[in-house]
Write a protein that binds this ligand. Structure first.
Ligand code: M6R
Length: 614
């Protein structure tokens, strides 16, 4: 959470920092600030509660000059979102300014020690503690800023991506990373710093990803220098990122979420491209081919993930158990990491993450690697921490997802999982050739089927009006569609703030059926051929109790059409792939309900796109 950005070069820093903050706002948006050193060496910090727009307003008439600066958009962890807790933080003497993404776990001990030394604190943050610790060490040791940062970080326990400026020095930024993302963009005699390369893609496509335990020293007119916490030079590679600016804009849509929903037919084409042959319907996934033996020998597959990625993993469980006959477990990364899990060297752990930066998923990967498992990543963000820390993997290639509610990442993840299951099943000889060909052919038509579903946009928008004032929703699905029910419920609650519960349809009668009445809309995802009759029984149980049903059905399903109050018909595909299109009406329903309720769809309250804290 939190976004950090920095700049040093010949241009005015402030507009670059503000633009970067706007792009990073998905990471947190409760307060924002900038620090710049002007030509006279003054270190100016401007910050306020609210969004980056509020900061821009606040900056009017202030000294925003300087060709060096750092900036921050916050998602509060320590201390309420207000002007004082906003970043950057000054050190006590106001000679140093610091921005921080992460959590300093031992900040209380450090703070007490600094108070003993006479330091005063203005904010409740752990970040101000680190800033003062750097100042204390700089004064005590009479050392350079970079050395003070290094010594301070050796005393710190926790996660951080920081950038530090000092008064009187407009030629240097010191930045460091531990478990929070950070990259350095390289320009012509200029440097950029960001939590996310996409935010600075306007200026450069050459990036260096800073690794955990590394400190980047950016000095004007000098090459980038990276050292580790032991003060040894660290080697680094320059990565070229192929990303277009248009992918980061709304492109005429009112919200990123709606743009991202409508992009899905194209993002699926990108996801499938080069992996499923249109001529032979063969699936080629290099990550599986390169690690054939690992997948053939796998005794168990464990998915680790969070949120929407966890829902996609539940579908991965069905796909792999059905087609590869390998036992699968699906774990919340946050539970897995603290449970002392039993992991064997012949386990394959699959980490699923859109951002590739989710702290719990990263921790789960590290535990699995330590236990000797082979770890495979399914990520979206190229070059992200999870992509780099896994042994191998497959990108979903759906492009930047900016709306906080995940949409195109889910469909990309499930699509990759279907290809993964086909590729592994083929290698293990567990998949029937007809089934293989049917799924592969359906994968090729997925984008056009999705376009057909999206044509129902205005009907779904009308339907959403009916339910804008509902207080609760229930979502039901069986088999593959249980995960779709969970995902539909999550979408609705996170952007509309309406309580919603996703359940396996058959579980309803074990308790939740007590909730059924005319006030409670029940969304039933009823597209599965395998469980069709059973789902009809569940619908009848709800109708018998006065419930109102919105059913997502296969085209031409007259039986459910007669029973449900509203239906959304979607084209037929094999059961394995139905979740990829069945989720579209649920994304649209959540979107329109949230819009009619006047919610901030792209930046819902209390949330951030990338959860880089525990
Ligand atoms: O980047 P990740 O896929 O690892 O993120 C996991 C969750 O934080 C994320 O899916 C979250 O639940 C979304 N807000 C859901 O829309």
């Amino acid at each position: 959470m939190c976004g950090i950005v920095g700049y040093m070069g010949d241009r005015k820093a402030c507009p670059i920092l503000i633009k970067g903050l706007h792009r990073l706002e998905y990471r947190g948006y409760d307060s924002a600030g900038v620090a710049m050193v002007n030509a006279d060496g003054n270190l100016n910090v401007f910050k306020c509660r609210g969004k980056v727009d509020d900061l821009e307003e606040y900056l009017k008439g202030k000294d925003d000059s300087g060709t060096i600066g750092i900036a921050h958009t916050r998602w509060a962890t320590h201390g309420v979102p207000d002007n004082v807790n906003a970043h950057p933080h000054y050190s006590e003497s106001e000679n140093i300014a610091l921005i921080h993404n992460g959590i300093i776990e031992n900040y209380r001990v450090l703070k007490d020690a600094l108070i003993q030394k006479g330091f005063n604190f203005k904010s409740e943050t752990d970040s101000e503690v680190l800033c003062n610790l750097i100042e204390y060490i700089r004064n005590e040791e009479k050392c350079e800023l970079a050395e003070a940062v290094r010594l301070a970080l050796n005393k710190v326990v926790g996660a951080y991506a920081i950038a530090v400026l000092e008064k009187g020095n407009n030629d240097q930024i010191v930045a460091a990373r531990q478990s929070s993302p950070m990259c350095i963009g390289l320009g012509e005699d200029e440097f950029f710093i960001s939590s996310d390369a996409a935010s600075i893609i306007d200026y450069t496509n050459e990036f260096v990803y800073v690794n955990d335990g590394e400190i980047a020293i950016l000095r004007r007119h000098e090459p980038l220098k990276i050292i580790n916490l032991e003060n040894k030079d660290a080697e680094f590679n320059i990565t070229n990122l192929d990303l277009s600016i248009s992918q980061l804009e709304k492109g005429g849509y009112p919200h990123f979420m709606l743009k991202e929903i409508f992009e899905q037919p194209d993002t699926l084409v990108d996801c499938i491209r080069g992996r499923v042959s249109p001529e032979t319907a063969q699936v080629i996934l290099s990550g599986v081919l390169d690690n054939r033996e690992k997948f053939i020998a796998a005794k168990r597959i464990i998915f680790v993930s969070c949120g929407t990625s966890w829902h996609a993993s539940l579908i991965g469980e069905h796909l792999i158990e059905d087609l590869c006959r390998i036992p699968v477990e699906v774990e919340y990364a946050s539970e897995f990491r603290y449970r002392n899990p039993i992991i064997h060297s012949d386990d394959v752990v699959i980490a699923v993450s859109q951002s590739g930066e989710t702290a719990d998923t990263l921790a789960a990967i590290r535990i699995a690697k330590e236990a000797g498992a082979f770890v495979y990543g399914i990520c979206n963000v190229v070059g992200s921490s999870i992509a780099r820390e896994t042994h191998s993997g497959s990108y979903i290639h759906v492009g930047p997802e900016i709306g906080v509610a995940s949409t195109k990442a889910f469909t990309g993840q499930v699509t990759v999982m279907a290809m993964l299951a086909l590729a592994i099943g083929k290698e293990r000889g567990t998949i029937d050739q007809d089934v293989y060909e049917k799924i592969a052919k359906d994968l090729l038509v997925l984008p056009e089927k999705m376009t057909e579903v999206l044509r129902q946009d205005s009907n779904i928008s009308d339907l959403a009006k009916t339910f804008t004032y509902a207080h609760n929703f229930m979502y039901l699905g069986r088999g593959y569609n249980y995960a779709v029910a969970l995902e539909g419920a999550l979408k609705l609650k996170e952007i509309s703030y309406i309580h919603a519960e996703g359940l396996p349809a058959a579980e309803m009668k074990h308790g939740p059926i007590a909730l059924i009445d005319i006030e409670l809309p029940v969304v039933v995802i009823a597209t599965s051929e395998k469980t069709h009759e059973k789902t009809i029984s569940n619908i009848q149980e709800i109708k018998a109790r006065g419930g109102r049903i919105i059913a997502i059905i296969r085209e031409g399903d007259t039986q459910i059409k007669k029973l449900a109050d509203w239906v959304i018909e979607i084209p037929a595909l094999c059961d394995y792939l139905m979740p990829v299109i069945a989720v579209i009406p649920l994304q649209l329903l959540a979107y329109y309900v949230a819009v009619y309720k006047g919610r901030n769809v792209d930046q819902p309250r209390n949330l951030a796109k990338s959860v880089t804290v525990e």
